[in-house]
Design a protein around this ligand. Sequence first.
Ligand code: ADP
Length: 406
Amino acid sequence: MRPQALDKGLTFDLACDATINTAAHGDPVRLNRILLNLISNAIKFTPSGGIGVNAAAEPHDDHVLLRVTVRDTGIGIAPDLHERIFEDFVQADDSIARRFGGTGLGLAIARRLTRLMHGELTVESVPGAGSTFTLEVPLGLAASGIAQGALAPPSRQLRVLLVDDDPVNCEVGEAILKRLGHRATIGRNGTSAVELARDQAFDVILMDLHMPDMDGIEAASRIAKLGLPKMPRIIAVTADVSRGARERLAGAGIAKVVSKPILINALREAIEDDPAQGTTATQLAAGALIDRHFLEDQRELLGAAQIDKLHHLLDETGEKLIEDITKAAANGDHAQLARSAHQLGSAASALGLVRLFERCREIELTAAAMPLQECPSAARELAALREASMSALDDLLQPAEQRSLD
Ligand code: ADP
């Protein structure tokens, strides 16, 4: 999130109390989601000054209390809204909501997730002076190292080259690969990745993209040019899954992306799904419009009625926003194009319409410099993507709605 803050001219301070050296069980995906929400709100609602994120862990007899605060010097929140902003669909100020988009669900979900983890999420704020959100979650103590549950062995043990310049990522990645039953070799930079790929046979290469000596795309291109008897499948490991990034990857012969932080099931799916054996390719294509795991999570957290409401809301506002986008594109109104694309993107993200969200974000970021003649085709593309995403969403939600009527 730091680049987003810096782009707005804000400072971004991160302080982490590293004196507590303990291992704990937790849910990294949910914690990550809550923090992303708090930090993106802090950036969104802070015109000047900065953001501070502070993390500490307090040891107790049978657990550690993880405490993360997200502080900003932004517009603040009126006292009568300190509780209400955690309710579904509540936004402190309509005009702000219009300007920034959003659905008013972020904090409601963040608090629900926190409470499911037996924690609490609170706010202190003074209008005009800024806000501090505090997340406290008790985590169970764990034996150090990665927990060793029983996992079914893979149908075939793979030789995997893991390339990453960060020692912690290498250690975690290696532990996960071992747990999955595969053989891991570590390459600590692009140059050694190319050498290892030349000298040893690998089935799969997991390639970090950002490395100081040679980036992952360059390393992949060089490996492709080695003329190996059997070319390993190269999978990129990155936090950047935008379409622009994917196109660059495809150019270097990288067909697949695993997002960071690496999760065991996502990694297993990626490395064990060999397209040559024709497994889940069609499943992936069908699922690509919508992040089903995310949608399932939303349904669990918000309940069917709220999902239904969100679905209708998205249907209505989406149609209206596509009209605005089409008009803005025809008039060459770049600022309006960016604003409407932003709003459509944030509405789409609430129900996990990932492709629409990513494309909206790209158009939002590039609108200012987009040549006039390209604007209408960008608008048409968004309209088509919205239609396809909504009908995929209808298909996914239909059975559940019918089930709840039965
Ligand atoms: P949204 O997706 O609309 O941002 P949230 O549930 O995340 O929804 O936030 C609800 C409302 O709380 C926001 O619309 C905003 O008015 C207010 N809010 C949240 N975080 C902050 C903050 N850091 N500073 C000021 N207002 C905030």
